[in-house]
Write a protein that binds this ligand. Structure first.
Ligand SMILES: Nc1ncnc2c1ncn2[C@@H]1O[C@H](COP(=O)(O)OP(=O)(O)O)[C@@H](O)[C@H]1O
Ligand SMILES: [Mg+2]
Length: 236
């Protein structure tokens, strides 16, 4: 790396660390006080659901911030037993308002549990489901299939949306590749990073006008060891 790039890099990292720290604090406060409000008004109150959405959103944003740290190679891996099916359902309900006329179908054999970082898995499915929704502005079907095989959980995420052109599909996981006005091109890059760091793999198959399927493979238990992450001391 030349000296200029190195300087830029260290300044960017400094900025990123500050942003991560400050936003983490701010979001923590939103999360905490929204919980106080919810406890105060009770679950039956007419705005309780809205307050729950604030909490979900604050938590989701905290996840995004953690992934900024991943981009900055300071990611910490906090492995626990997570159920991917539950994560999909949570994320889907969080995005419900943006997914008008999108129907969710899940099917699989057995529990979709693996050892993984829960926040990072939420980030993966948040990005995949958000993209699927954006590809189906008129609505459609989102199908999520699970299969256990050879120590891996295989997950298919299929939509009935616009599809991806053959000359673009090779770039969709690249950082900053976007075909959307106002898109960031960060989502699928982060998805791929997280999956790789869990010792897994991901690929995209698509037919223009028909839809897109992302196929993910995640190790049931061994992903933690093969990751490049610092593993946080997890609770006993
Ligand atoms: N489900 C999908 N259907 C069609 N195209 C998709 C889908 N998911 C991703 N893409 C394509 O991949 C690109 C990169 O996606 P992403 O990294 O999430 O960035 P962004 O959503 O900001 O454009 C999108 O702009 C789009 O062209
Ligand atoms: Mg996206």
């Amino acid at each position: 790396m030349d000296i200029e790039a190195e300087l830029f890099d260290s300044q960017t990292q400094l900025l990123l660390n500050t942003v991560v720290h400050d936003l983490q604090n701010g979001l923590g406060i939103i999360d905490q006080f929204a919980r106080f409000v919810l406890a105060d008004i009770g679950a039956e109150h007419r705005v309780a659901e809205d307050v729950e959405r604030i909490i979900c959103s604050a938590q989701f944003c905290q996840g995004v911030i953690r992934n900024l740290a991943i981009l900055n190679h300071k990611g910490v891996f906090n492995p626990t037993e997570v159920n991917i099916e539950t994560i999909v359902a949570d994320v889907f309900s969080m995005l419900e308002r943006k997914l008008a006329n999108v129907r969710l179908q899940t099917n699989g054999n057995g529990p979709a549990t693996i050892i993984a970082d829960e926040w990072q898995m939420k980030q993966v499915f948040m990005n995949l489901i958000k993209n699927a929704g954006e590809a189906m502005p008129e609505g459609g079907v989102l199908v999520i299939r699970f299969k256990r095989r050879d120590g891996f959980l295989w997950i298919e995420v299929s939509d009935t949306g616009s599809g991806i052109a053959a000359d673009e599909i090779g770039y969709v996981f690249d950082l900053y590749f976007t075909s959307k006005e106002g898109g960031s091109g960060v989502g699928l890059y982060i998805v791929k990073e997280i999956i790789h760091r869990h010792g897994g793999a991901i690929e995209a198959n698509s037919k223009i006008g028909r839809g897109t399927t992302f196929v993910l493979r995640l190790p049931e238990t061994q992903g933690v060891q093969s990751s490049g992450f610092r593993v946080q001391n997890s609770e006993p």
